[in-house]
Design a protein around this ligand. Sequence first.
Ligand SMILES: NC(=O)c1ccc[n+]([C@@H]2O[C@H](COP(=O)([O-])OP(=O)(O)OC[C@H]3O[C@@H](n4cnc5c(N)ncnc54)[C@H](O)[C@@H]3O)[C@@H](O)[C@H]2O)c1
Length: 460
Amino acid sequence: MDKDNFIRESDKISTALKKISGSFGKIVCVTDNNKKLLGVLTSGDIRRAILSGHGSNQPIKKIYNKKVSFIFEDELKNKKFNKSIFTDREINQSIFYIPIVDKKKRVKNILTTERIVELMENKILKNKKKKKLPKILIVGGVGYIGSILCNKLLRKGYEVKIVDKVLYDKSVVNNFKKNKNFSFIKADICDLNTQINVIKDIDVVIFLAEIVGDPACNARPEDALKTNYLSIASMAQLCSYLGISKFIYTSSCSVYGLDKENKLLTEKSNLNPISHYARMKIMSEKALLANKNDIFKPTIFRLGTVFGPSLRNRFDLVVNTMAKNAYYEGKINLHGGEQWRPNIHVEDVADGIITSIKSSQQKVGSKIFNLSSDKSNFKIKEIALAAEKVFKKSKINIRKNMIDNRNYRVSSKKFFLSSGFKASRTIKQAYKDFKKLFKNNKNFNPNKKIYSNIKLLSEK
Ligand SMILES: NC(=O)c1ccc[n+]([C@@H]2O[C@H](COP(=O)([O-])OP(=O)(O)OC[C@H]3O[C@@H](n4cnc5c(N)ncnc54)[C@H](O)[C@@H]3O)[C@@H](O)[C@H]2O)c1
């Protein structure tokens, strides 16, 4: 049997962490020299031990579970064992790996409960069988991207915990409250107590909480420094220290800033940030990668500008703003319009993140990827022309003064080659969806401050 399934009492916590890392819900069996089962160890046991002051060089002796369920191989062969072998807690919390031992209690195998149920054709357990999925923490999960991502994850059966300070739309959480796999903590992620409290039972961290966008960061530069850089840097250290393997961070293509040559930019292209927001994105990328090790392997996505309806709408993003103005005001104001921008639908961002949750760390760990739609690199004026085609009564007003000088076209080929994922939803479809949303909700007011980061934050 795989030597990664065994460990001795005298082995170090760091050794156990390496053996467990990457397989959600996995256990290692603690045995004596004759492979006799003494107990088991889970990633949760290790994390709790580290948080209570155990060093990773200390032996596992004091931290493993000595009371442990197991099955004798004869019971398995003769199909004799029944539900009573598992405690209700183990079934309800979906404890998935069970040691199989011989008469002398020497470990012969470790099987998932799913496999045991299959072997036993055990009807009682069959109903309870669930696929083990990692438990996800979304920091900033009630925002524009987070709310769509949370919705998708819950539908796929993941357990999701959100921590969010809820700067904008307070009603978003109501969409999930009834789901038993959902939990919510209203808190500021800059607080170190919050960071430690929320992380304990987590397999995957998705970090979306920020002061988002150039204007919002300019309005709140200190809050932006705290949230967009310092909190990520300390979360990276914490997760690296606790041996959490997956940490997904949404950086931005804003890091490319102003590319005068209009080249198709890849992750290797030069960075040329022209805002506080973009500079902090680069610092956070570096802070994450500086903490990478054998276990902690963050995935960094540089997102294009996101578009499309969400459970927390934002009408301060280029496509969404054009849809709003075209429908309600019959005009689209352009400042310049020649600037290139990569774009991606919010549902595609969520699907890309879910793809990275499912992908092996070999493919996505400790890597930076552009995440956008290769078919949606457009000049701002092309985005406006597409709006005119859907909102037929609207007119484009071009003003010569450029407010936003960012100019970049990006390629997302690297993520496609690593994971097989390609963003596919179009701006035209998003315009149509917005039109439907506006038409069907006569009382909807997209000019409310909660729908614009800059409007709300420049006021508080
Ligand atoms: N939307 C885009 O076009 C875009 C493009 C590139 C990158 N991104 C990145 O994606 C991520 C999410 O963006 P979004 O569009 O969903 O933004 P958003 O503003 O809708 O969501 C951010 C969420 O974080 C929360 N938050 C802010 N500060 C917090 C704090 N200190 N503690 C806890 N929660 C806090 C807010 O309440 C909000 O719910 C950000 O990292 C952003 O930089 C977004």
